[in-house]
Design a protein around this ligand. Structure first.
Ligand code: URA
Length: 241
């Protein structure tokens, strides 16, 4: 890929576009062992050897992170009242990261963070039917009839019924149940609305997997790690489970 030298350096977190222009002027940057003509010089991200203060750069066009979203932060880039998921990524060199989809303020669990728009689109587009699994605590007893209703699809006030959801009852008492639910869509408040449709309320919600990849059990709320090559292959659809 051919890109401008100032973009290359800014993408790699060396500084802002105007800062890196200064570094180029001050001869702190070299391309293939020579001083570049200017910030607008094109570099080949795979072929050209770029150094900054003598350090060799390795260009990564896209980055992918698995984030354990904690409760109380919003899945948006900015918010006037709450912390955002991107506030957890301020140390990252890339400034073009965004969350792949949304989890509610009070929902926790797996959220992918990337700067790859096509990757995000492929996971979120309604026609792709990417599975998302949630663990939830529900007030009231979830029954086998509910399992059947979820499997048929539910009226949550949209034009059509939801797609079938796979509901597993993990434990159920009169006042309180624990479940796992896999759905193939991502409508606004979908899990909460599906339970409301059978007269029950979600009191705790956590996404435990997406696109066949599970939330890493070693992550704590607010922590993240890079998505592995194998996970990326699964998420990109090579081995959708
Ligand atoms: N369904 C919900 O109701 N909330 C979420 O955050 C995710 C799925």
């Amino acid at each position: 890929m051919q890109i401008r030298l100032d973009k290359y350096l800014a993408d790699m977190g060396i500084g802002t576009r105007s800062q890196v222009k200064q570094y180029i002027k001050k001869k702190q940057v070299q391309v293939n062992g020579a001083y570049p003509k200017g910030a607008e010089q094109k570099v080949d991200t795979e072929q050209d050897l770029v150094t900054y203060q003598g350090r060799q750069m390795v260009y990564a066009a896209y980055e992918y992170y698995m984030f354990y979203k904690p409760k109380g932060c919003v899945s948006a880039a900015t918010d006037s009242r709450h912390k955002t998921v991107l506030d957890y990524f301020q140390n990252q060199r890339r400034k073009d990261l965004f969350p792949v989809g949304r989890l509610d303020l009070d929902t926790e669990g797996m959220l992918l963070i990337t700067n790859d728009g096509e990757f995000a689109h492929n996971l979120l587009a309604p026609g792709k039917h990417v599975p998302k699994t949630y663990y939830a605590r529900i007030s009231g007893r979830v029954t086998e009839e509910d399992v059947v209703c979820f499997a048929k699809g539910l009226d949550i006030g949209e034009k059509k019924l939801t797609l079938p959801g796979e509901l597993k009852i993990l434990s159920g008492e009169e006042a309180f149940s624990e479940i796992e639910l896999t759905i193939m869509e991502g409508k606004f408040h979908q899990v909460k609305r599906m339970f409301e449709a059978v007269g029950k309320q979600v009191v705790y919600l956590k996404r435990i997997s997406m696109g066949g990849v599970k939330l890493d059990s070693s992550l704590k709320p607010g922590e993240y790690r890079t998505v592995t090559e194998e996970e990326l292959r699964v998420l990109k659809g090579c081995k959708r489970k």
